[in-house]
Design a protein around this ligand. Structure first.
Ligand code: ATP
Ligand code: MG
Ligand code: MG
Ligand code: MG
Length: 468
Protein backbone atom coordinates (compact mmCIF):
# COMPACT_ATOMS: atom_id res chain seq x y z
CA UNK A 1 0.00 0.00 0.00
CA UNK A 2 2.99 2.28 0.01
CA UNK A 3 3.72 2.84 -3.70
CA UNK A 4 2.89 6.31 -5.01
CA UNK A 5 -0.16 5.09 -6.92
CA UNK A 6 -1.61 3.53 -3.77
CA UNK A 7 -0.88 6.57 -1.65
CA UNK A 8 -2.54 8.84 -4.20
CA UNK A 9 -5.69 6.74 -4.31
CA UNK A 10 -5.80 6.27 -0.53
CA UNK A 11 -5.75 10.05 -0.14
CA UNK A 12 -8.32 10.84 -2.82
CA UNK A 13 -10.67 8.01 -1.79
CA UNK A 14 -10.52 9.09 1.83
CA UNK A 15 -11.59 12.62 1.05
CA UNK A 16 -14.17 11.41 -1.43
CA UNK A 17 -15.67 9.27 1.30
CA UNK A 18 -15.76 12.41 3.39
CA UNK A 19 -17.85 14.24 0.82
CA UNK A 20 -15.14 15.88 -1.33
CA UNK A 21 -15.29 16.11 -5.10
CA UNK A 22 -12.24 14.55 -6.78
CA UNK A 23 -10.95 17.20 -9.17
CA UNK A 24 -8.26 16.33 -11.75
CA UNK A 25 -4.87 18.03 -11.71
CA UNK A 26 -4.74 21.24 -13.72
CA UNK A 27 -1.90 21.79 -16.21
CA UNK A 28 1.50 23.03 -15.08
CA UNK A 29 1.00 26.24 -17.01
CA UNK A 30 -1.66 28.13 -15.08
CA UNK A 31 -4.56 28.93 -17.40
CA UNK A 32 -5.62 32.25 -16.02
CA UNK A 33 -2.73 33.57 -14.03
CA UNK A 34 0.01 35.26 -16.05
CA UNK A 35 1.78 36.32 -12.84
CA UNK A 36 2.54 32.74 -11.92
CA UNK A 37 5.24 30.88 -13.77
CA UNK A 38 4.11 27.32 -13.06
CA UNK A 39 1.43 25.69 -10.98
CA UNK A 40 3.22 25.29 -7.66
CA UNK A 41 0.43 24.14 -5.33
CA UNK A 42 -2.91 22.38 -5.35
CA UNK A 43 -4.81 25.57 -4.60
CA UNK A 44 -3.71 27.35 -7.78
CA UNK A 45 -6.61 26.08 -9.89
CA UNK A 46 -9.01 27.11 -7.11
CA UNK A 47 -7.75 30.66 -6.56
CA UNK A 48 -10.86 32.32 -7.92
CA UNK A 49 -13.10 29.91 -6.05
CA UNK A 50 -11.51 30.97 -2.78
CA UNK A 51 -12.02 34.64 -3.53
CA UNK A 52 -15.60 34.05 -4.65
CA UNK A 53 -15.01 35.18 -8.24
CA UNK A 54 -15.77 31.73 -9.55
CA UNK A 55 -18.52 29.32 -8.50
CA UNK A 56 -18.24 25.54 -8.62
CA UNK A 57 -20.94 22.97 -8.08
CA UNK A 58 -19.17 21.71 -4.93
CA UNK A 59 -17.96 23.33 -1.74
CA UNK A 60 -15.23 20.82 -0.87
CA UNK A 61 -12.70 19.23 -3.20
CA UNK A 62 -9.64 16.98 -3.28
CA UNK A 63 -6.91 16.65 -5.90
CA UNK A 64 -3.49 15.37 -6.74
CA UNK A 65 -1.84 18.31 -8.42
CA UNK A 66 1.24 18.32 -10.62
CA UNK A 67 3.57 21.02 -9.31
CA UNK A 68 6.80 22.57 -10.49
CA UNK A 69 8.86 24.74 -8.17
CA UNK A 70 11.68 25.91 -10.36
CA UNK A 71 11.09 29.59 -10.73
CA UNK A 72 9.30 32.51 -9.14
CA UNK A 73 8.46 32.68 -5.47
CA UNK A 74 8.90 29.00 -4.77
CA UNK A 75 12.13 27.95 -6.39
CA UNK A 76 13.59 24.66 -5.26
CA UNK A 77 15.92 24.16 -8.23
CA UNK A 78 19.05 24.75 -6.18
CA UNK A 79 17.89 22.36 -3.48
CA UNK A 80 17.42 19.38 -5.74
CA UNK A 81 20.01 16.69 -5.27
CA UNK A 82 21.33 18.40 -2.16
CA UNK A 83 18.44 17.93 0.28
CA UNK A 84 16.56 14.72 0.88
CA UNK A 85 13.14 16.29 0.37
CA UNK A 86 13.10 18.78 -2.52
CA UNK A 87 12.16 18.03 -6.11
CA UNK A 88 11.48 20.47 -8.93
CA UNK A 89 8.48 18.37 -10.01
CA UNK A 90 6.26 16.74 -7.43
CA UNK A 91 2.66 15.87 -6.78
CA UNK A 92 0.75 17.72 -4.13
CA UNK A 93 -2.22 15.95 -2.61
CA UNK A 94 -4.75 18.32 -1.15
CA UNK A 95 -8.17 18.84 0.33
CA UNK A 96 -10.04 22.11 0.04
CA UNK A 97 -13.01 23.74 1.66
CA UNK A 98 -14.52 26.75 -0.03
CA UNK A 99 -16.30 28.34 2.91
CA UNK A 100 -17.53 24.92 4.02
CA UNK A 101 -15.74 23.27 6.98
CA UNK A 102 -12.94 25.02 8.83
CA UNK A 103 -10.05 24.55 11.24
CA UNK A 104 -11.41 21.91 13.57
CA UNK A 105 -12.66 19.65 10.80
CA UNK A 106 -9.52 20.14 8.75
CA UNK A 107 -7.32 19.06 11.64
CA UNK A 108 -9.61 16.14 12.44
CA UNK A 109 -9.65 14.93 8.83
CA UNK A 110 -5.87 15.21 8.54
CA UNK A 111 -5.20 13.50 11.84
CA UNK A 112 -7.48 10.60 11.06
CA UNK A 113 -5.95 10.01 7.66
CA UNK A 114 -2.39 10.21 8.93
CA UNK A 115 -2.87 7.94 11.94
CA UNK A 116 -5.53 5.55 10.66
CA UNK A 117 -5.41 5.68 6.85
CA UNK A 118 -1.61 5.78 6.65
CA UNK A 119 -1.09 4.28 10.07
CA UNK A 120 1.77 6.55 11.11
CA UNK A 121 2.85 6.19 14.74
CA UNK A 122 1.52 9.08 16.83
CA UNK A 123 4.64 9.36 18.94
CA UNK A 124 6.76 10.27 15.92
CA UNK A 125 4.51 13.11 14.78
CA UNK A 126 4.68 16.79 15.67
CA UNK A 127 3.21 19.98 14.30
CA UNK A 128 3.96 23.65 13.91
CA UNK A 129 1.37 26.38 14.34
CA UNK A 130 1.56 30.12 13.78
CA UNK A 131 2.50 31.71 17.09
CA UNK A 132 -0.65 33.83 17.19
CA UNK A 133 -2.93 30.92 16.39
CA UNK A 134 -3.72 29.63 19.88
CA UNK A 135 -6.92 28.11 18.48
CA UNK A 136 -4.92 25.69 16.31
CA UNK A 137 -2.68 24.71 19.24
CA UNK A 138 -5.73 23.99 21.39
CA UNK A 139 -7.34 21.93 18.63
CA UNK A 140 -4.19 19.83 18.14
CA UNK A 141 -4.14 19.11 21.86
CA UNK A 142 -7.78 18.11 21.82
CA UNK A 143 -7.81 16.09 18.61
CA UNK A 144 -4.35 14.51 18.61
CA UNK A 145 -3.71 14.57 22.33
CA UNK A 146 -0.37 16.35 21.73
CA UNK A 147 1.57 17.72 24.66
CA UNK A 148 2.95 21.24 24.38
CA UNK A 149 6.38 20.10 23.27
CA UNK A 150 4.89 18.52 20.15
CA UNK A 151 3.33 21.81 19.10
CA UNK A 152 5.97 24.21 17.86
CA UNK A 153 4.94 27.84 17.66
CA UNK A 154 6.50 29.65 14.72
CA UNK A 155 6.29 33.45 14.52
CA UNK A 156 7.58 33.86 10.95
CA UNK A 157 5.83 34.16 7.60
CA UNK A 158 6.64 30.46 7.04
CA UNK A 159 3.51 29.77 9.07
CA UNK A 160 1.37 32.56 7.70
CA UNK A 161 0.09 32.15 4.19
CA UNK A 162 -0.94 34.99 1.88
CA UNK A 163 -2.35 34.81 -1.63
CA UNK A 164 -0.85 38.16 -2.52
CA UNK A 165 -0.45 41.66 -1.10
CA UNK A 166 -4.19 41.68 -0.67
CA UNK A 167 -6.80 38.92 -0.60
CA UNK A 168 -7.36 35.84 1.54
CA UNK A 169 -4.68 34.88 4.03
CA UNK A 170 -4.27 33.00 7.27
CA UNK A 171 -2.11 30.93 9.58
CA UNK A 172 -0.87 27.48 8.68
CA UNK A 173 0.04 24.37 10.54
CA UNK A 174 2.62 21.94 9.19
CA UNK A 175 2.80 18.27 10.11
CA UNK A 176 6.25 16.74 10.58
CA UNK A 177 7.55 13.26 11.25
CA UNK A 178 10.58 12.52 13.37
CA UNK A 179 12.76 10.14 11.36
CA UNK A 180 14.88 9.11 14.28
CA UNK A 181 17.70 10.17 16.50
CA UNK A 182 20.44 8.92 14.25
CA UNK A 183 19.32 11.19 11.43
CA UNK A 184 20.88 14.65 11.39
CA UNK A 185 18.75 17.77 11.81
CA UNK A 186 16.84 19.78 14.40
CA UNK A 187 13.15 20.50 14.95
CA UNK A 188 11.33 23.01 12.74
CA UNK A 189 12.28 26.57 13.54
CA UNK A 190 15.69 25.55 14.92
CA UNK A 191 18.98 26.43 13.21
CA UNK A 192 19.45 22.80 12.15
CA UNK A 193 16.00 22.62 10.63
CA UNK A 194 17.33 21.88 7.18
CA UNK A 195 18.61 18.49 8.23
CA UNK A 196 16.64 15.38 7.48
CA UNK A 197 15.52 14.27 10.91
CA UNK A 198 12.24 16.19 10.98
CA UNK A 199 10.44 15.93 7.67
CA UNK A 200 7.52 18.21 6.83
CA UNK A 201 4.97 16.29 4.80
CA UNK A 202 1.67 18.17 5.10
CA UNK A 203 0.72 21.80 5.35
CA UNK A 204 -2.75 22.92 6.44
CA UNK A 205 -3.65 26.51 5.59
CA UNK A 206 -6.49 28.15 7.47
CA UNK A 207 -7.72 31.01 5.31
CA UNK A 208 -9.55 33.14 7.78
CA UNK A 209 -8.66 36.75 7.03
CA UNK A 210 -8.76 39.09 4.14
CA UNK A 211 -5.86 41.47 3.74
CA UNK A 212 -7.47 44.68 2.56
CA UNK A 213 -4.48 47.01 2.73
CA UNK A 214 -0.98 46.78 4.19
CA UNK A 215 -1.41 46.13 7.90
CA UNK A 216 -5.18 45.84 7.62
CA UNK A 217 -6.90 42.52 8.00
CA UNK A 218 -10.52 41.67 8.48
CA UNK A 219 -12.01 38.24 9.26
CA UNK A 220 -13.46 36.39 6.27
CA UNK A 221 -17.18 35.74 6.69
CA UNK A 222 -16.73 32.18 5.39
CA UNK A 223 -13.23 30.94 6.16
CA UNK A 224 -11.70 28.29 3.90
CA UNK A 225 -9.23 25.44 3.97
CA UNK A 226 -6.33 24.65 1.65
CA UNK A 227 -3.93 21.80 2.35
CA UNK A 228 -0.95 20.27 0.58
CA UNK A 229 0.77 16.95 1.20
CA UNK A 230 3.85 15.99 -0.79
CA UNK A 231 3.18 12.60 -2.37
CA UNK A 232 6.84 11.71 -2.75
CA UNK A 233 7.57 12.69 0.86
CA UNK A 234 4.71 10.55 2.09
CA UNK A 235 6.06 7.69 -0.02
CA UNK A 236 9.46 8.07 1.67
CA UNK A 237 7.83 7.98 5.10
CA UNK A 238 5.71 4.92 4.32
CA UNK A 239 8.55 3.10 2.63
CA UNK A 240 10.76 3.68 5.66
CA UNK A 241 13.43 5.66 3.77
CA UNK A 242 14.71 9.11 4.64
CA UNK A 243 14.94 10.61 1.17
CA UNK A 244 12.47 11.02 -1.67
CA UNK A 245 15.24 9.73 -3.92
CA UNK A 246 15.17 6.38 -2.13
CA UNK A 247 11.51 5.73 -2.87
CA UNK A 248 10.51 3.04 -5.36
CA UNK A 249 9.88 5.42 -8.25
CA UNK A 250 13.21 7.21 -7.91
CA UNK A 251 15.09 3.97 -7.27
CA UNK A 252 13.76 2.70 -10.59
CA UNK A 253 14.74 5.88 -12.46
CA UNK A 254 18.15 6.00 -10.82
CA UNK A 255 18.60 2.30 -11.59
CA UNK A 256 17.97 3.04 -15.26
CA UNK A 257 20.60 5.79 -15.16
CA UNK A 258 23.06 3.40 -13.52
CA UNK A 259 22.40 0.75 -16.15
CA UNK A 260 22.57 3.14 -19.09
CA UNK A 261 25.72 4.87 -17.89
CA UNK A 262 27.42 2.00 -16.13
CA UNK A 263 28.05 4.33 -13.18
CA UNK A 264 26.70 3.50 -9.73
CA UNK A 265 24.82 6.26 -7.92
CA UNK A 266 26.53 5.79 -4.56
CA UNK A 267 25.09 8.97 -3.15
CA UNK A 268 26.04 11.14 -6.14
CA UNK A 269 23.94 14.25 -6.63
CA UNK A 270 24.13 13.79 -10.40
CA UNK A 271 21.88 10.73 -10.53
CA UNK A 272 19.32 12.46 -8.35
CA UNK A 273 19.40 15.68 -10.33
CA UNK A 274 19.01 13.84 -13.64
CA UNK A 275 16.09 11.75 -12.36
CA UNK A 276 14.29 14.82 -10.98
CA UNK A 277 14.97 17.02 -13.99
CA UNK A 278 13.77 14.28 -16.33
CA UNK A 279 10.43 14.36 -14.55
CA UNK A 280 10.03 18.12 -14.60
CA UNK A 281 11.16 18.41 -18.22
CA UNK A 282 8.85 15.63 -19.39
CA UNK A 283 5.80 17.00 -17.59
CA UNK A 284 6.46 20.57 -18.72
CA UNK A 285 6.79 19.51 -22.35
CA UNK A 286 3.63 17.40 -22.04
CA UNK A 287 1.85 20.55 -20.89
CA UNK A 288 3.00 22.54 -23.88
CA UNK A 289 6.21 24.24 -22.72
CA UNK A 290 9.11 24.05 -25.16
CA UNK A 291 12.69 25.12 -24.52
CA UNK A 292 13.31 28.71 -25.53
CA UNK A 293 15.31 31.74 -24.50
CA UNK A 294 12.71 33.47 -22.42
CA UNK A 295 10.01 33.02 -19.86
CA UNK A 296 8.78 29.54 -19.06
CA UNK A 297 10.66 28.04 -21.97
CA UNK A 298 13.91 29.35 -20.54
CA UNK A 299 13.24 27.76 -17.18
CA UNK A 300 12.67 24.47 -18.98
CA UNK A 301 15.90 24.97 -20.94
CA UNK A 302 17.76 25.65 -17.69
CA UNK A 303 16.41 22.46 -16.16
CA UNK A 304 17.28 20.42 -19.24
CA UNK A 305 20.78 21.86 -19.53
CA UNK A 306 21.49 21.28 -15.87
CA UNK A 307 20.51 17.65 -16.29
CA UNK A 308 22.80 17.44 -19.31
CA UNK A 309 25.77 18.81 -17.41
CA UNK A 310 25.20 16.16 -14.77
CA UNK A 311 24.99 13.51 -17.49
CA UNK A 312 28.31 14.84 -18.80
CA UNK A 313 29.76 14.47 -15.29
CA UNK A 314 28.81 10.81 -15.40
CA UNK A 315 30.75 10.53 -18.64
CA UNK A 316 27.88 10.63 -21.14
CA UNK A 317 29.24 10.88 -24.66
CA UNK A 318 25.85 10.97 -26.29
CA UNK A 319 22.37 12.15 -25.34
CA UNK A 320 21.27 10.38 -22.18
CA UNK A 321 18.17 11.98 -20.77
CA UNK A 322 15.75 10.98 -23.55
CA UNK A 323 16.78 7.34 -23.07
CA UNK A 324 15.33 7.42 -19.57
CA UNK A 325 11.92 8.55 -20.72
CA UNK A 326 10.36 5.10 -21.33
CA UNK A 327 11.02 4.18 -17.69
CA UNK A 328 9.26 7.33 -16.52
CA UNK A 329 6.30 6.78 -18.84
CA UNK A 330 6.02 3.22 -17.60
CA UNK A 331 5.96 4.43 -14.00
CA UNK A 332 3.68 7.43 -14.32
CA UNK A 333 1.83 7.10 -17.62
CA UNK A 334 -1.23 5.50 -16.12
CA UNK A 335 -1.86 8.29 -13.67
CA UNK A 336 -0.91 10.94 -16.23
CA UNK A 337 -1.98 9.88 -19.74
CA UNK A 338 -0.69 13.17 -21.18
CA UNK A 339 2.76 11.71 -20.67
CA UNK A 340 1.90 8.81 -22.94
CA UNK A 341 0.26 11.06 -25.52
CA UNK A 342 3.25 13.38 -25.64
CA UNK A 343 5.94 10.71 -25.35
CA UNK A 344 7.25 11.13 -28.91
CA UNK A 345 7.34 14.92 -28.61
CA UNK A 346 9.08 14.79 -25.24
CA UNK A 347 11.63 12.33 -26.54
CA UNK A 348 12.39 14.40 -29.65
CA UNK A 349 12.59 17.64 -27.69
CA UNK A 350 15.00 16.15 -25.14
CA UNK A 351 17.16 14.64 -27.84
CA UNK A 352 17.25 17.79 -29.94
CA UNK A 353 18.18 19.98 -27.00
CA UNK A 354 20.84 17.52 -25.88
CA UNK A 355 22.36 17.39 -29.35
CA UNK A 356 22.35 21.17 -29.67
CA UNK A 357 23.85 21.87 -26.30
CA UNK A 358 26.43 19.12 -26.32
CA UNK A 359 28.44 21.00 -28.94
CA UNK A 360 29.06 23.91 -26.62
CA UNK A 361 28.74 22.22 -23.24
CA UNK A 362 32.09 20.53 -23.50
CA UNK A 363 33.90 23.62 -24.76
CA UNK A 364 32.20 25.80 -22.15
CA UNK A 365 33.17 23.42 -19.37
CA UNK A 366 36.77 23.50 -20.41
CA UNK A 367 36.70 27.31 -20.51
CA UNK A 368 35.19 27.24 -17.04
CA UNK A 369 37.82 24.88 -15.77
CA UNK A 370 40.62 27.07 -17.21
CA UNK A 371 39.07 30.18 -15.69
CA UNK A 372 38.86 28.62 -12.25
CA UNK A 373 42.09 26.64 -11.93
CA UNK A 374 43.55 29.30 -9.64
CA UNK A 375 40.39 29.79 -7.63
CA UNK A 376 39.67 28.09 -4.36
CA UNK A 377 36.91 27.79 -1.78
CA UNK A 378 35.21 31.14 -1.11
CA UNK A 379 36.47 32.76 -4.34
CA UNK A 380 34.30 34.21 -7.09
CA UNK A 381 34.29 33.58 -10.81
CA UNK A 382 34.38 36.95 -12.59
CA UNK A 383 31.19 38.19 -14.20
CA UNK A 384 32.74 38.58 -17.67
CA UNK A 385 33.52 34.87 -17.89
CA UNK A 386 30.11 33.90 -16.52
CA UNK A 387 28.55 36.13 -19.17
CA UNK A 388 30.70 34.70 -21.92
CA UNK A 389 29.62 31.23 -20.90
CA UNK A 390 26.02 32.38 -21.02
CA UNK A 391 26.22 34.33 -24.22
CA UNK A 392 28.53 32.23 -26.35
CA UNK A 393 28.20 28.76 -24.87
CA UNK A 394 24.57 28.75 -23.81
CA UNK A 395 25.28 28.23 -20.10
CA UNK A 396 22.39 29.56 -18.02
CA UNK A 397 23.84 31.41 -15.03
CA UNK A 398 22.51 28.84 -12.59
CA UNK A 399 24.26 26.07 -14.52
CA UNK A 400 27.58 27.84 -14.00
CA UNK A 401 26.77 28.33 -10.33
CA UNK A 402 25.80 24.68 -10.00
CA UNK A 403 29.01 23.61 -11.71
CA UNK A 404 31.09 25.52 -9.15
CA UNK A 405 29.05 24.58 -6.15
CA UNK A 406 31.00 21.51 -5.11
CA UNK A 407 34.17 23.60 -4.97
CA UNK A 408 32.34 26.32 -3.02
CA UNK A 409 33.19 28.94 -5.60
CA UNK A 410 30.62 31.66 -6.24
CA UNK A 411 29.86 33.81 -9.26
CA UNK A 412 30.09 37.60 -9.37
CA UNK A 413 26.46 38.21 -10.25
CA UNK A 414 26.62 41.97 -10.44
CA UNK A 415 29.60 41.62 -12.79
CA UNK A 416 27.51 39.25 -14.86
CA UNK A 417 24.61 41.70 -14.99
CA UNK A 418 26.98 44.55 -15.90
CA UNK A 419 28.43 42.54 -18.75
CA UNK A 420 24.92 41.81 -19.99
CA UNK A 421 23.92 45.47 -19.75
CA UNK A 422 27.04 46.51 -21.65
CA UNK A 423 26.23 44.08 -24.41
CA UNK A 424 22.68 45.36 -24.59
CA UNK A 425 23.83 48.96 -24.73
CA UNK A 426 26.23 48.06 -27.49
CA UNK A 427 23.54 46.29 -29.45
CA UNK A 428 21.31 49.29 -28.99
CA UNK A 429 23.94 51.68 -30.32
CA UNK A 430 24.42 49.52 -33.41
CA UNK A 431 20.73 49.50 -33.99
CA UNK A 432 20.48 53.23 -33.47
CA UNK A 433 22.82 53.72 -36.38
CA UNK A 434 20.77 51.66 -38.76
CA UNK A 435 18.47 54.48 -39.76
CA UNK A 436 15.23 53.13 -38.38
CA UNK A 437 15.63 54.48 -34.93
CA UNK A 438 12.05 55.17 -34.07
CA UNK A 439 10.81 51.64 -34.58
CA UNK A 440 13.81 50.09 -32.93
CA UNK A 441 13.57 52.27 -29.87
CA UNK A 442 9.99 51.22 -29.46
CA UNK A 443 10.99 47.59 -29.88
CA UNK A 444 13.68 47.87 -27.24
CA UNK A 445 11.36 49.64 -24.89
CA UNK A 446 8.81 46.92 -25.34
CA UNK A 447 11.37 44.27 -24.70
CA UNK A 448 12.69 46.07 -21.66
CA UNK A 449 9.20 46.28 -20.36
CA UNK A 450 8.03 42.78 -21.09
CA UNK A 451 11.24 40.82 -21.48
CA UNK A 452 12.22 40.67 -17.87
CA UNK A 453 9.17 40.58 -15.70
CA UNK A 454 9.29 40.70 -11.96
CA UNK A 455 8.97 37.03 -11.32
CA UNK A 456 11.39 35.92 -14.00
CA UNK A 457 14.29 38.21 -13.16
CA UNK A 458 17.43 38.68 -15.16
CA UNK A 459 17.74 35.06 -16.10
CA UNK A 460 14.91 35.30 -18.57
CA UNK A 461 16.50 38.01 -20.68
CA UNK A 462 16.54 37.03 -24.28
CA UNK A 463 19.93 35.51 -24.81
CA UNK A 464 20.43 36.54 -28.42
CA UNK A 465 23.90 35.15 -28.48
CA UNK A 466 23.08 31.69 -27.19
CA UNK A 467 24.41 29.13 -29.61
CA UNK A 468 21.57 27.06 -30.89
P1 ATP B 1 9.79 22.92 2.71
O1 ATP B 1 9.73 23.79 3.95
O2 ATP B 1 10.24 21.52 2.98
O3 ATP B 1 10.54 23.58 1.59
P2 ATP B 1 7.28 24.05 2.02
O4 ATP B 1 6.84 24.53 3.37
O5 ATP B 1 7.94 25.01 1.11
O6 ATP B 1 8.27 22.76 2.19
P3 ATP B 1 4.54 23.89 1.17
O7 ATP B 1 4.54 25.12 0.35
O8 ATP B 1 3.96 23.94 2.52
O9 ATP B 1 6.06 23.35 1.25
O10 ATP B 1 3.88 22.73 0.30
C1 ATP B 1 3.03 21.71 0.84
C2 ATP B 1 3.69 20.35 0.82
O11 ATP B 1 4.22 20.03 -0.48
C3 ATP B 1 4.90 20.24 1.75
O12 ATP B 1 4.47 19.96 3.05
C4 ATP B 1 5.66 19.09 1.13
O13 ATP B 1 5.14 17.84 1.55
C5 ATP B 1 5.40 19.25 -0.35
N1 ATP B 1 6.51 19.93 -1.04
C6 ATP B 1 6.78 21.25 -1.04
N2 ATP B 1 7.85 21.55 -1.79
C7 ATP B 1 8.30 20.36 -2.28
C8 ATP B 1 9.37 20.00 -3.14
N3 ATP B 1 10.20 20.90 -3.66
N4 ATP B 1 9.52 18.69 -3.45
C9 ATP B 1 8.69 17.75 -2.95
N5 ATP B 1 7.65 18.04 -2.14
C10 ATP B 1 7.44 19.33 -1.80
MG1 MG C 1 9.86 25.17 0.43
MG1 MG D 1 8.00 24.40 5.20
MG1 MG E 1 4.94 24.16 4.26
Amino acid sequence: MSGVNDIRSTFLDYFKKNGHEIVPSSPLVPRNDPTLMFTNAGMVQFKNVFTGLEKRPYSTATSSQKCVRAGGKHNDLDNVGYTARHLTFFEMLGNFSFGDYFKENAIELAWKLVTEGFDLPKNRLLVTVYSEDEEAATLWKKIAGFSDDKIIRIPTSDNFWQMGDTGPCGPCSEIFIDQGENVWGGPPGSPEEDGDRFLEFWNLVFMQFEQTAPGERSPLPRPSIDTGMGLERMAAVLQGVQSVFDTDLFRTLIGTIEDTMGVKAEGSASHRVIADHLRSSAFLIADGVLPSNEGRGYVLRRIMRRAMRHAQLLGAKEPLVYKLLPTLVQQMGRAYPELVRAEALISETLKLEENRFRKTLERGLSLLSDATTDLSKGDMLDGETAFKLYDTYGFPLDLTQDALRAREIGVDISGFTDAMQRQKAEARSHWAGSGEKATETVWFELREKHGATEFLGYDTETAEGVVQ
